[in-house]
Design a protein around this ligand. Sequence first.
Ligand code: NAP
Length: 154
Amino acid sequence: MIKLIAALDEKNGIANNSGIPWNLKADKEYFRDKISSGNILMGRGVYEELKGPLGSGLNYVLTHRHALREGFIAISDIDDIIQHSDDLWIIGGAEVYGQTINLADEIHITKIHKDFHCTKFFPEINDDFKIVSDSGKLEDNKLVFNFLKYKKVK
Ligand SMILES: NC(=O)c1ccc[n+]([C@@H]2O[C@H](COP(=O)([O-])OP(=O)(O)OC[C@H]3O[C@@H](n4cnc5c(N)ncnc54)[C@H](OP(=O)(O)O)[C@@H]3O)[C@@H](O)[C@H]2O)c1
């Protein structure tokens, strides 16, 4: 099962040039809970922002470099990792989402109802995916957001 997970603003923005521009504790907890089991795939951009590996599975980093910190595994071939992972969370960033959305079985989106004037974006979620669960509007830190789960239907 290939699952993408991301938090998006109302224009599908995921970050500006300084990183993620919002502070949403409820989403951080939701994210950590979701990715607590299974392997993880991230781009080198995300890796650079992490203090250490996430969850309890393997942390793969898509990169052309070889030397990474302890706890991370460098890979350069998306197809290879997807074929060899039964349960994989793809956690971004923008470049990696763009290359993997068509491979996803599920997409877990936190939709924040505000424009943060982002410079990096999540790709369009097309008709191959349908929303199968919606938390309804929630509020934290004066931000309104929904947790949405999409499943591939085609
Ligand atoms: N809102 C959210 O949910 C969310 C989630 C995740 C990330 N973000 C934000 O997104 C930003 C990072 O996104 P980004 O697009 O700049 O970076 P990214 O997707 O994390 O990483 C891009 C890097 O991954 C490597 N890469 C990508 N495709 C590759 C391939 N096919 N083969 C080998 N290596 C490949 C390259 O690294 P090398 O240069 O090392 O080769 C490339 O420079 C951060 O600011 C982060 O905070 C937001």
